[in-house]
Write a protein that binds this ligand. Structure first.
Ligand code: NAP
Ligand code: 3JM
Length: 349
């Protein structure tokens, strides 16, 4: 084979731009690349390697002769177009939540459950950004010491809410510096009844609320974690609970993760050792040197950074740690391209 025909759906977005650059850096042989978005962006040009490519409006015909689709244009767009792409013979890696809980669809972090790719029927789902970095940091610990419970609080960057929300945060910050009232039309969630400024603020709402008082983002973290680690979105084997908060950071989600392990003799130094040997993880943990992960230092990197690892002094087998990763790279575009690389290497396209 002299290369694949690839389409990027949502190519003009915050994730889409990174899908283009991660694909350019990958070892996937690309014969032809199609950049797809809505009618609004049709005709714009974007660079892939040294080629200037024109963005096209997405229609059902966009998927003829396409081998691989990398999708990141929102759940309803994936729901509409990916089944058409599959019918046309393409394999799709989807960044949205549209198919993540479908039992026929593998939900994959390559370092954790690459083997699940073998069961695909045309669509593979990329997990939520907050799920990916937490599960990647907990999997080596689960493998070595067993995992019983996870209590996570997230500190999620505005870029996770899309380019328009990111622009709005910068505008709000400028308004504050100009001593003008801050305005909000998107943050915390586009389309909701109420909007609040995120600049110099914290908003404990990501995605819409469910009747039980949790947000959809919090339930995504719970179900996705169980599906990836235990292959059962409702498994009681590991208890998971989450609080998701949007913070006025541009790029890079932070997470405070409290967890308990089966092996009550495990020490922080044991956990640090298994984390250090795991692919995709970098331990940054030296209080004497004030070394710990930060969004500013994680932005632009593919790895997930772990620090502040310490035992709960009052509860044997319980620990706290702090996890940071670039939400648009390992949380989205890099994990998607990494999945595609695995599909190519494993002969699954
Ligand atoms: P964004 O910056 O708002 O970009 C949205 C993209 O979707 C743009 O390219 C837009 O094209 C395109 N689009 C919108 N409506 C479309 C339509 N009807 N047909 C075709 N294309 C359409 O958002 P983003 O941050 O890149 O995120 C996009 C999606 O990726 C999110 O909705 C989410 O589902 C997923 N995501 C997942 C993760 C993760 O955790 N894995 C992280 C972030 C995002 P135009 O330029 O024409 O408007
Ligand atoms: C829609 O930071 C975030 O808001 C999470 C990323 C995101 C998702 C997702 O991947 O779960 C933003 C907007 C979705 C979605 O597809 O549900």
């Amino acid at each position: 084979m002299n290369g694949y025909n690839v389409a990027i759906l949502g190519a003009t977005g915050a994730v889409g731009g990174r899908l283009i650059s991660q694909l350019a850096q990958s070892d996937i042989p690309v014969k032809n690349l199609r950049l797809l978005a809505s009618k609004r962006s049709a005709g714009k040009t974007l660079k892939f390697k040294d080629q200037e490519l024109t963005v096209e409006e997405t229609t059902p015909n966009s998927f003829k002769n396409v081998d691989l689709v990398l999708a990141s244009a929102g759940g309803s767009v994936s729901q509409k177009f990916l089944p058409i792409a599959v019918k046309n013979g393409a394999v799709c890696v989807d960044n949205t939540s549209a198919f993540r809980m479908d039992p026929e669809v593998p939900l994959v972090i390559p370092e954790v459950n690459r083997q699940a790719l073998k069961k695909h029927h045309g669509i593979i789902a990329n997990p939520n950004c907050s799920t990916i970095q937490m599960v990647l940091a907990l999997e080596p610990i689960r493998q070595a010491y067993g995992l019983k419970q996870i209590i996570v609080s997230t500190y999620q960057a505005v870029s996770g809410a899309g380019q328009a929300a990111w622009n709005e945060l910068l505008h709000q910050a400028q308004q504050r510096l100009n001593n003008e009232p801050m305005t909000a039309e998107i943050t915390p969630v586009k389309g909701e009844a109420h909007h609040y400024p995120l600049a110099f603020n914290l908003l404990p709402q990501i995605d819409v609320f469910e009747p039980d008082g949790y947000t959809h983002e919090e339930w995504k973290m719970i179900h996705e974690t169980k599906k990836i680690m235990l292959d059962d979105m409702d498994s009681p084997e590991i208890k998971v609970t989450a609080t998701c908060v949007r913070v006025p950071v541009e790029l890079g989600h932070g997470e405070s993760v409290y967890f308990t392990v089966d092996d009550k003799t495990a020490k922080p130094s044991d956990l640090r050792r298994v984390l250090e040997g795991f692919p995709g993880i970098v331990v940054q943990d030296d209080p004497d040197e004030q070394l710990y992960p930060q969004p500013l230092t994680a932005a632009g990197k593919r790895e997930t950074f772990v620090g502040r690892l310490r035992a709960d002094a009052e509860n044997p087998g319980a620990f706290n740690m702090w996890v940071v990763s670039d939400n648009l790279l390992k949380g989205a575009a890099w994990n998607t391209v990494e999945i595609a690389e695995c599909l190519v290497k494993d002969g699954l396209i």
